[in-house]
Design a protein around this ligand. Structure first.
Ligand code: SF4
Ligand code: SF4
Length: 119
């Protein structure tokens, strides 16, 4: 099993299946509703931290975003400014045990050179 090499790609190029319009709509709905389980809708809680970059319709995860919390340590290495409270999708990347539709035979991470794609 590979490990994170701290290249920073997945924070500078967060890739999702959801377009920004859907994230915004769901986020605004969640904010107004006391009935939505934040655990269920966590994907939508990340809307405020993402900046939409571009869409590539030919990819499985076509929507690319930049995370506002991406930072660099004093030595220049990539880091997360909210590391202790980062969303679950960041903590669990790229395993997502509860996501059943993922093809586990394919590389775990969509990022070239990601340490998690190594043995
Ligand atoms: S792309 Fe992979 S190796 Fe690079 S920071 Fe993200 S998890 Fe770590
Ligand atoms: S919250 Fe932190 S770990 Fe998650 S994408 Fe942003 S910078 Fe990366």
């Amino acid at each position: 099993m590979g490990t994170c090499k701290r290249c920073g790609q997945c924070c500078q190029d967060v890739r999702l299946a959801e377009p920004p319009e859907l994230l915004k709509k769901a986020y605004e709905y969640w904010r107004k509703s006391a009935e939505v389980d934040p655990g269920f809708s966590e994907i939508y809680l990340i809307y405020p931290m993402l900046v939409f970059k571009y869409e590539n319709a030919s990819e499985d995860l076509p929507y690319h975003y930049y995370c506002k919390h991406f930072t660099r340590d004093v030595d220049g290495s990539p880091g997360c400014s909210i590391y202790e409270i980062r969303p679950r999708m960041c903590k669990e990347f790229p395993y997502y045990d509860e996501v059943t539709h993922l093809n586990r035979d394919e590389p775990l991470s969509p990022y070239d050179g990601c340490g998690y794609n190594e043995e």
